[in-house]
Design a protein around this ligand. Structure first.
Ligand SMILES: Nc1ncnc2c1ncn2[C@@H]1O[C@H](COP(=O)(O)OP(=O)(O)OP(=O)(O)O)[C@@H](O)[C@H]1O
Ligand SMILES: [Mg+2]
Length: 584
């Protein structure tokens, strides 16, 4: 084929492939344009997961009749003029390709009015302006994108479920609303407003408007100002954490970004204060001179390059460590729930603890050599166990099968069993046990719910309220008794007995699942979450009885070799394996 220059339509569609991946990408571009137009109020509304329509209304500068066709030309922008400007970008946009890209894969209605000018309306389909005329309206712009991807069905196929796509848009608007607490930003899905920030410049007020007071309450405010760098915002204390980075919201010069560098700084700042896989919650505003970063790295502008990575890493890390040290947090603060409660609360049946107590005391072989080693190594990481009684002669059946050797790094149980050395991941094993119990519990559909002596009052986001309402049935099946207390608060009156002590956390996890709308097997996913939350964490010191409980139950559990996520619970080394390693 001969070499030919592509026409504009094809070029725009290619660009759309990069910039407009999903409905949330359109929301992002329109929202950024509204922010760049110096708006004070911005309303985002979506319907049909954003595929039917996305509407962004602002009260910003507006677009004039003459400029409108230019806005839809590729590489036409009012935000930069020359190469030098690329090095000092303070606006969200600068590439001049968002509108033409969106226009090439949708139908767009624009209503806009500049100060002291007549208002206009324009209709564009598949990138072509089909109508442009004067039209009265308020100052600012309203842009309505309908039938997204109507002419690129392949793109539609790659989209996730409507719930997930709607949630992506919601998460995206949240980021900007927190990045710009000085602008009142609202988000509605299917005509239901899920939040509106007040736009008074207060990050706390924006957080309350979006997530509710319960979310803000434990967070610690931070502020630090250096010569050419300032950091401010909110961070979580140890103990308040998530299992993913979803609530690590970082804004550099008010732009939401993803940054492996800053994620590493968070990991470092919280090192030793969180349990395995836990992630802190942070909302951080970082301000740097615009010429010290490069935003022009990626078409979606969600990644940036820092000129001085070292200094930003050190500053953030230092701020976190200083703040957390000043409060003298230790990892131990994080563990009390797991330590002070029995693993299995009574739920109309005997707890595992009771069961263990009824069994003959299991003698423990006192091992002098091991003791000596403990002394030599200062007691770490081996912990000796001494049974409370040495019940001579009452060797149990269980004892014939295995012998607990100790706990390693507060995370693994070491075990001798049938000529093998077994390393049991205490969290994974406990998770499997609780998961199986929960499955039996639900399969028997006894729905044994534990009514809480004092109902828990929970302040939620409107989005969460909506999720609870929509999923009442499944929450009921899962054993949650909820009652609405106010427009954005509920009483949690009853829960499955097994999650006692962690009701709030589990409900938040389930809400996150519901928001993700996986849908395939939500109930099973929820059970996995409950098991994970309730299972003893890595880094928790266990006593002999607790280890015994886990091991005894593990071996009588179905599929005990894997945790519900599919990871192994136990790794076994045969004597022969060891002998080979020692070259015997
Ligand atoms: N809501 C709005 N209010 C006022 N002007 C707008 C609005 N949306 C777009 N514009 C104008 O249209 C132009 C083109 O917008 P577009 O999003 O395509 O490019 P950009 O924002 O300049 O760069 P980028 O592609 O990086 O977003 C903008 O430069 C701006 O002048
Ligand atoms: Mg733009």
């Amino acid at each position: 084929m001969a070499i030919k220059l592509l026409n504009d339509n094809v070029i725009n569609k290619i660009a759309a492939g990069e910039v407009i991946e999903r409905p949330a990408s359109v929301v992002k571009e329109l929202l950024e344009n509204a922010i760049d137009a110096a708006s004070r109020n911005i309303a985002v509304k979506i319907s049909g997961a954003g595929l039917d329509s996305i509407e962004v209304t602002d009260d910003g500068e507006g677009i004039s009749m003459e400029e409108l066709p230019l806005a839809f030309l590729r590489h036409a922008t009012s935000k930069i003029e020359n190469e030098g400007d690329l090095l000092r970008i303070m606006s969200m946009g600068f590439r001049g390709e968002a509108l033409p890209s969106i226009a090439s894969v949708s139908r767009i209605d624009i209503y806009s009015k500049k100060e002291k000018q007549e208002g206009i309306h324009c209709f564009i389909e598949g990138g072509k302006i089909l109508d442009l005329q004067y039209f009265p309206g308020p100052e600012g712009s309203k842009i309505i994108v309908s039938d997204l991807f109507f002419n690129t069905p392949a793109r539609k196929k790659f989209l996730r479920s409507p719930v997930t796509e709607g949630n992506n848009a919601y998460e995206l608007v949240i980021k900007y609303a927190l990045a710009r607490p000085d602008i009142a930003i609202s988000f509605s899905n299917e005509k239901r407003q899920l939040f509106r920030t007040p736009g008074n410049g207060s990050l706390n007020d924006a957080v309350i408007a979006i997530f509710g007071r319960d979310f803000l309450e434990p967070l610690i405010p931070v502020k630090w100002e250096g010569l050419s760098l300032s950091i401010s915002g909110l961070i979580s204390p140890p103990g308040v954490a998530k299992m993913n980075r979803k609530r690590q919201l970082i804004f550099v010069n008010q732009r939401p970004i993803r940054s492996p560098l800053l994620y590493r700084a968070l990991d470092e700042g919280y090192r030793g204060l969180l349990l395995a896989r836990e992630q802190p919650l942070v909302i951080l505003q970082i301000a740097v001179p615009p010429d010290s970063i490069d935003v022009n790295v990626h078409p979606q502008k969600s990644e940036i390059r820092f000129r001085d990575e070292q200094s930003i890493f050190r500053s953030l890390c230092g701020l976190l460590r200083d703040t957390l040290n000043a409060r003298d947090y230790r990892l131990q603060d994080n563990l009390p729930q797991n330590r002070s409660q029995p693993f299995y609360p009574a739920a109309g049946r005997k707890t595992a603890k009771q069961k263990v107590e009824e069994q003959p005391v299991i003698p423990f072989m006192h091992n002098r050599k091991a003791d000596k080693r403990v002394e030599e190594t200062g007691g770490e990481p081996w912990i000796p166990f001494y049974p409370e009684e040495q019940a001579e002669g009452s060797v149990s059946r269980v004892y014939d099968e295995f012998k607990i050797l100790g706990q390693l790094w507060d995370s693994y149980i070491l075990l001798e069993k049938e000529q093998t050395l077994n390393i049991v991941d205490q969290h994974a094993a406990h998770e499997r046990i609780i998961y199986s119990r929960l499955q039996q519990f639900y399969a028997a559909s006894r729905g044994e719910m534990q009514m809480l002596a004092f109902p828990l009052l929970m302040d939620l986001s409107l989005r969460d309220m909506e999720l609870l309402e929509k999923n009442q049935e499944i929450l009921g099946e899962l054993g949650f008794d909820l009652q609405q207390a106010g427009p954005r608060s509920i009483f949690l009156r009853g829960t499955p007995a097994i999650i006692a002590g962690q009701e709030r956390e589990v409900l938040f996890e389930i809400l996150e699942l519901l928001a993700g709308g996986q849908g395939i097997n939500l109930k099973n996913e929820a059970i996995i979450k409950m098991a994970c939350k309730k299972a003893v964490k890595a880094g928790t010191r266990l006593d002999y009885r607790e280890m015994m409980q886990i091991i005894q139950e593990l071996f009588i559990t179905d599929d005990y070799k894997n945790c519900p996520h599919g990871r192994p619970t136990i790794i076994a080394w045969k004597q022969a394996d060891l002998e080979r390693m020692f070259k015997r």
